[in-house]
Structure formats: C-alpha cells, structure tokens
Write a protein that binds this ligand. Structure first.
Ligand SMILES: Nc1ncnc2c1ncn2[C@@H]1O[C@H](COP(=O)(O)OP(=O)(O)OP(=O)(O)O)[C@@H](O)[C@H]1O
Length: 330
C-alpha cells in the first residue's frame, strides 16, 4: 500500500479479444466467423493478492493471460500490468512478471537445471551475487539440490515443475502467473509446491494469478476467485461465496468391512455408487446442511467402516453448477 492507495498490479477495463476463423472448409472459403474469447473483462488485482482465475475449458483464461503479458493484442478495451502497457512495454514487463505454463517449458531440455538458471539470470541481467543468492534460496525452499546437475529431460514431472517455478521466480517478479501448475503432480509434489508458493508470498508479498482445475490449489493458495464463462467474469469474490452460489457438495467414500446394501436415505446425501457388492460406496453430501461427521455416524450405524476419504468439490463440478444456476449451461 502506498500513500496514494493500493498498488494495482493488474487492471483491465472492457478487455476483449475476438478471434476470426475461416468458417467453410477448403482453401478458397472466404467466409469467416468471429469468436469472442474474452468479452468485456474488467478486472483489478492489487499487490499481494492471490487470485484464482477459473473457468471451463475454452472459457478464455489463457487468452486473458496472453493479453496480460503482451503475447496477444487486445481487440478492444485496455490492460495494464504492473503499470505498463503489456504489448508496448513487453520487455520491461518481463522483468516484473514470471509465468509458468504447466504444459510448456521454459527450461532447456538437454541442459542441466543449473545451466538453465544461469541462462535465465543472464537474460534478466541479474547481478551475479544476486542471482547466486536467489538461486540458493529457491533451491533450498523447493528442495532441488539433488538434481541441479541433471538434464531437464531426465526429471520427473514433480521435479521439473519445481524447476519451472524456480525459473519463473529467479528474478523476483512482482507478479507470478501460474497456468495449471499442479496438473499431473502427485499429492506430495502438489503439497510442496503449494507450501513454497505460500512461503514466497509471505516473504516477498508476491502477487499470484493462478488458473487451475484443482480446488485444493484454490483453497490453499487463493483468497479470491474470479470465474470466467464465455470470456466474461461471472463471479468475483471468495471461494466460500462461489461454493454458496452453487451449494457446496462434498463426497464421502467409505470402504466397509463386508459387502453391504446401498447406503441410501441418509439425510442430505445422495448415494452415487457402490463397488465390489457394496464394499466401497460413494455418497455426495450437502456441506451447508450436514457435516462429514454426521454422515459418517449414519453410515457407521448401518455398517462397519474400515476406511474413508472425503473429497472436496471438484472445480469442474462447481463451475458446471454455476452455469446451471445461471441458466447458461453449455
Ligand atoms: N489463436 C486462436 N485462434 C482462434 N481461436 C482461439 C485461439 N486461441 C484461443 N482460441 C479460442 O478462444 C476460446 C478461449 O480459449 P482459451 O485458450 O483462452 O481458453 P481457456 O479458458 O484457457 O481453456 P483451457 O482451460 O482449455 O486452456 C476457445 O474457444 C479457443 O478455441
């Protein structure tokens, strides 16, 4: 916060991007159709915020991110990132922003991790002493010491993702944009990455913008969620508010000691499936109306429970319910 008020890291007004595509088949077709991937988006993110930017596939998330960092030119509206015009000032902006695209690497595949870091430090023109100190900090916090000399192509997905995040953060950007950072990671790697991002935010006040399909990422990392649908922001607030809009639904999976009849009729639950003659059963419950403990007590009164897991609402499910609630199901 400055004396002029909060420091604004992202500010878009009426941001719009239209793609035109050849409509007919064949090279000589001149007919074109327009698709509005981002539609009149007005968004403001202040320094230090952590925002989940979510939506179904094709909702316009990547297109927004590309406009925020200057890879794509808006069709209409305005965008400023870290106070800069991303297209005009793209090179200066690169000093302030770190981007991780889960599916695309910014590391050199055949080089050891350490050398990729050295190249990036040179690209960002970091002072050698700064670069070394920062690299050491990141290597320690992300526990990468064991594979710094390994070529990137030999890393496991979890190791590579940590290296990607370190590469994006080497120059201490004010804004970090993460596109599906935990996709495909095992539980432990996800946990590590989330802990690191939390610590980084606490230590440096870094602003985070995160797209993810993983509700756990949002719950643990973000204090605000923006949901986009057909390029428009349809929810901007906290996760609890989003879940309330659609009715939070959690799932309880129980493994029973013996095959049992379907666990139907438990208040505020819906029986979803039974496996192995009823050994494993899945129930959805309305988290606003009951608790996992109450559901479990009702289950335990009918059958002996050997093991259980509680699954958080899947983001796709929440997103789908928002569309249904607003009558705009695709
Ligand atoms: N270069 C392009 N040319 C034409 N259409 C495009 C282009 N890039 C994206 N689109 C279209 O714009 C819409 C939004 O795409 P975008 O990639 O931004 O969505 P997304 O929310 O990031 O989806 P996902 O989660 O699948 O990555 C989609 O219908 C997509 O097909």
């Amino acid at each position: 916060m400055s004396i002029d008020g909060p420091d604004i890291v992202i500010e878009t007004t009426g941001l719009t991007r239209v793609f035109t595509r050849r409509a007919g088949r064949g090279l000589r077709s001149l007919r074109r159709t327009a698709l509005t991937a981002v539609d009149d988006l007005t968004l403001r993110v202040d320094a230090g915020e952590a925002v989940g930017y979510i939506g179904a596939n094709g909702a316009g998330k990547s297109t927004t991110i590309k406009m925020l960092v200057g890879i794509l030119v808006p069709s209409a509206g305005s965008v400023r990132t870290c106070g800069l015009d991303p297209v005009r000032d793209r090179r200066i902006l690169a000093r302030h922003v770190g981007v991780v695209f889960g599916q695309r690497s910014q590391l050199w595949w055949d080089l050891p991790v350490r050398e990729s870091f050295a190249i990036l430090a040179a690209i960002h023109r970091l002072r050698p002493s700064d670069a070394t100190a920062r690299e050491e900090e990141l290597v320690a916090r992300l526990e990468m010491g064991g594979y710094l000399d390994t070529p990137v192509r030999q890393l496991s997905l979890g190791q590579r993702m940590r290296a990607e995040v370190a590469a994006a953060l080497l120059h201490r950007p004010r804004l970090v944009i993460l596109d599906e950072p935990t996709i495909g990671l095992d539980v432990l790697s996800k946990q590590r990455l989330r802990q690191f991002l939390l610590a980084e935010r606490a230590a440096h006040g870094t602003t985070l913008l995160l797209t993810t399909h993983d509700m756990g990422d949002i719950e643990r990392l973000c204090d605000r969620v923006v949901l986009v649908d057909h390029g428009r922001a349809v929810h901007d607030g906290d996760l609890a508010g989003l879940a309330r809009t659609v009715g939070a639904r959690r799932e309880l999976v129980v493994d029973l000691l013996a095959p049992s009849p379907d666990l139907v009729g438990i208040p505020h639950t819906v029986h979803l499936m039974s496996d192995g003659g009823g050994i494993r059963q899945r129930l959805a419950f309305d988290a606003d109306a009951t608790t996992a403990a109450q559901v479990l007590a009702a289950v335990a009164s009918r059958a002996e429970v050997r093991d259980l897991t509680i699954e958080e609402p899947d983001i796709e499910d929440v997103v789908r319910r928002v569309y249904e609630a607003s009558g705009r199901d695709r």
